[in-house]
Design a protein around this ligand. Structure first.
Ligand code: NA7
Length: 537
């Protein structure tokens, strides 16, 4: 006999934790299954040195508990992973969330039992459970991917993917003195790791397939006085975040870049480059994200900055992206990243010139030479957005597999549900506004919308919900059309479902580019109209 619940939640990260809390408020029985041994999701797994927020800490925490807002102290503008992990454990303790979480438990299979309108799930150890509703909170960037390079397992030094970084650290508790370290991957994660490892490694070899447009993070401490001001202003801070495209306090300048003088444009760029966080991206002229010429002006500005920060002009050119514009892929925020390349111990290997042939027992063999290494860190990213769902064998009505249904790209209504999979909700899933957001801000919207819906179904004595094909088609077209108004489709990125290590994945926009307020308004409108576009029975 399997365990029975009203709701099963897959994952106990930021979304799963809040979902448990909200469902318990409704008096429902809820069980979350979590692969890790603790809460926190991203902030549990990604404990590589240098890992920290690119979101302002105080805009990232949960907004729904006055007690937590009052009691928690952020010590840095962009908190390190250790602090965020502590914060999420503090929340879990405070609300006894662990009572509803089974750790060390990977869901491997989920099958919809049409006769009883129940989801039956199976765990890696073969045990089973069932529930009326199944909610995925598996995270858009949790299914990590090692590169398709021969010989990874043969390496005799220490190695790992950044999303499975050992809790005890590598080398001497992450002091890389005396070590030759190789890093493969230069996205947001690689950049954070490189600038940290460069401080201690004897030699640091960065194997770069393509550079990213990085911009300064400008981190700093938050003292007691500032923290008290933040506490007093939380309401205002969250209201500002909820009114912006990306759920940050950074707000696009609605003027066109072409409406200002060259001097004013440069002054704006300079100011934003000098300020903390994503302002240079999400606080810039809005047309940098929609107009190629506008984007080119910003890209040229950032390129000049990189040239000014890297001493060797040939090396500087290798660190400047040439195949996409600024902000069309996720912008890594950095602290003295470019200056690392002025150090004698840091070496850039441009894989477009000398590709990796294989990993050997002693290091990395490129087309021109072998690099002997003691440590290799793979910062090679994730099978983004759909990856975690695709790794679970999910079967809906008629035995249809979710992975098959989405083989040509996701099809959803509001990024919350998909036809043929009743009572399955995908928090922060594909086509969902939360997936392209200062995530907790939009997670709260997702969780509250799903919770209200489940409460409505209980009140109305309804047991099953699924989108209509027509509504799903309309949302899927809308997602695509909205993306076409932006420059995102001009770049290959995880936003577009592109991963060099998964060439069969269809190139299609995975997020929702209409902005957080528009997405919320659309969700609210559907609810106000009695969940228009969904069939309830
Ligand atoms: P990303 O942004 O997907 O970056 C992965 C990096 O790894 C990127 O530079 C890739 O190059 C590189 N990569 C992937 N496969 C290979 C192989 N086979 N050889 C060499 N280099 C490779 O992942 P991150 O973890 O940095 O960031 C993910 C998100 O987490 C980020 O957007 C934030 O939101 C937080 P490529 O891009 O394919 O040229």
């Amino acid at each position: 006999m399997s365990d029975q619940f009203d709701v099963i939640v897959m994952g106990a990260g930021i979304a799963g934790m809040y979902q448990i809390y909200k469902l318990r408020e409704l008096g429902l029985s809820v069980r979350a299954y979590e692969t890790g041994t603790g809460v926190g999701g991203t902030w549990y797994w990604n404990n590589y040195p240098g890992c920290r927020f690119d979101s302002e800490s105080y805009t990232y925490g949960y907004s729904w508990s006055d007690e937590v807002l009052k009691e928690w102290t952020w010590t840095e503008r962009f908190a390190p992973q250790t602090e965020t992990n502590k914060y999420l454990n503090f929340v879990a303790d405070k609300f006894n969330l662990r009572d509803n979480i089974q750790f060390n438990s990977r869901v491997t299979k989920a099958v919809f039992d049409e006769a009883h309108s129940k989801w039956k799930i199976e765990l890696e150890d073969g045990s089973t459970a069932q529930a009326t509703f199944l909610i995925s909170a598996t995270g858009p960037l949790s299914a990590y991917r090692l590169p398709n390079i021969e010989g990874i397992e043969s390496f005799q030094g220490e190695w790992c993917h950044t999303a499975r970084y050992p809790k005890e650290g590598l080398a001497n508790k992450n002091d890389f003195s005396g070590k030759r370290v190789g890093v493969i991957g230069t996205g947001a994660t690689g950049v954070q790791f490189i600038q940290e490892a460069a401080k201690t490694a004897d030699e640091l070899y960065v194997f770069q397939l393509a550079p990213e447009w990085c911009a300064p993070l400008k981190n700093g401490p938050i003292d007691n006085k500032e923290m008290n001001e933040i506490r007093a202003n939380y309401k205002q801070i969250f209201a500002e975040c909820n009114a912006t495209f990306g759920g940050f306090q950074h707000k696009f300048d609605e003027r066109s870049i072409f409406d200002v003088t060259d001097e004013e444009r440069e002054a704006t760029f300079e100011k934003l480059y000098d300020e903390p966080g994503f302002g240079i991206w999400l606080g810039n002229f809005a047309d940098i994200m929609t107009n190629l010429d506008a984007n080119k002006l910003l890209s040229e500005f950032i390129a000049r900055k990189i040239r000014g920060r890297v001493n060797d002009p040939v090396l500087a050119e290798k660190l400047i992206p040439k195949n996409h514009g600024f902000g069309t892929r996720r912008v890594p925020l950095e602290t003295k990243y470019f200056e690392c390349y002025n150090q004698d111990n840091v070496h850039l290997i441009d894989l477009t010139e000398t590709p990796i042939k294989q990993v050997t027992p002693t290091g990395v063999q490129c087309s021109d030479k072998a690099y002997d290494l003691d440590v290799i860190v793979y910062a090679t990213g994730f099978d983004a957005v759909t990856g975690a769902l695709n790794r679970i064998d999910i079967a809906g009505k008629g035995g249809q597999k979710l992975i098959d249904k989405w083989a040509d790209g996701p099809r959803t209504l509001l990024g919350m549900q998909t036809v043929g999979f009743p009572n399955l909700f995908t928090l922060v899933g594909p086509h969902n506004g939360a997936t392209f957001c200062n995530i907790p801000r939009c997670i709260e919207q997702n969780v509250e919308w799903v919770t209200d819906l489940i409460a409505y179904m209980h009140r109305e004595n309804l047991h099953q919900i699924e989108p209509t094909l027509e509504a799903e088609d309309a949302w899927t077209v809308h997602v695509d059309e909205t993306a076409q108004h932006t420059l995102f489709p001009t770049a290959d990125s995880w936003f577009m479902g592109v991963n060099v290590n998964n060439p069969t994945k269809k190139r299609t926009f995975m997020l929702y580019a209409g902005g957080a307020p528009t997405y919320k308004a659309k969700c609210d409108e559907v609810a106000e109209k009695g969940y228009e576009g969904f069939v309830l029975s």
